[in-house]
Design a binder for this molecule. Structure first.
Ligand code: DC
Length: 227
């Protein structure tokens, strides 16, 4: 399948779970662009780079080796050869990443890398905040996934608890609310639904239902592409 599938939406809407499943079903790569912003954040902390220094952060974004390696559970993320799959998903990184993602120079650098990854593969599922609107405006399938704030916070909280998180649900809700606001208000490609994206509210849908809807949309678009 040579489709380009763009999945955008706010934190905790289920993008990465759904994107991984769709990619597996269609046997095409999945590119988690949020993980790339998280890698820059994590690496800046490890290397003691100021989170206020946009130029140094953009240089860092340029120099990092980020690899997505699919496995049975989903996919692993390697940063300069180190498995950072869990390290980049902590609440600490979650609270800092939107600051880094708001820097135009960091975004510009990562978007070039994202488009290059797409050029190197035939067909891709890519998720993030600006994929349908900016990174892949030509994507044949565009989906905007969302859910109520409370549902998204509960999902993220349950995910973090499994990883040993000791904070409260209210803390998670607060961080998500702040991230949504920062992602929606920033000037450099803010989070918004592309005009030609399908809006899917997942508050009352199961993952299987969402995957089925997107997969059938892909089949329709693919047959339209062929004819
Ligand atoms: O999807 P996520 O929670 O892993 O995203 C982490 C942060 O990166 C989030 O604050 C939004 C930002 N992001 C972005 O601005 N653009 C993208 N394409 C992907 C993520």
């Amino acid at each position: 399948m040579t489709l380009h599938i763009a999945i955008d939406g706010p934190a905790g809407a289920g993008k990465s779970t759904v994107a991984q499943r769709v990619a597996k079903r269609l046997s095409i790569p999945y590119i988690d662009t949020g993980a790339m912003y998280r890698c820059v954040t994590w690496s800046a902390l490890v290397k003691n780079i100021s989170l206020q220094d946009e130029y140094l952060l953009a240089e860092l974004a340029q120099s990092l080796s980020i690899k997505f390696v699919p496995n049975d559970q989903g996919q692993l993320i390697y940063l300069d050869g180190q498995n950072v799959t869990s390290a980049i998903r902590t609440s600490e990184i979650g609270a800092l990443v939107s600051t880094i993602a708001a820097y135009p120079l960091v975004r510009k650098t990562l978007v070039v890398r994202q488009r290059k990854m797409v050029d190197e593969s035939s067909g891709v599922v890519m998720d993030g905040r600006d994929i349908g609107t900016y990174v892949l405006p030509f994507a044949e399938v565009k989906v905007y996934l969302t859910a109520s704030l409370e549902t998204r916070a509960r999902r993220r909280y349950e995910e973090l608890i499994l990883k040993g998180y000791t904070g409260t649900y209210e803390d998670v809700l607060h961080v998500i609310e702040q991230r949504d606001e920062s992602d929606e208000r920033r000037t450099a490609s803010p989070l918004r639904k592309a005009s030609d994206a399908l809006l899917l509210d997942t508050t009352t849908l199961t993952i299987d239902e969402v995957v089925a809807i997107i997969s059938s949309l892909c089949v329709t678009r693919q047959s339209r592409k062929r004819s």
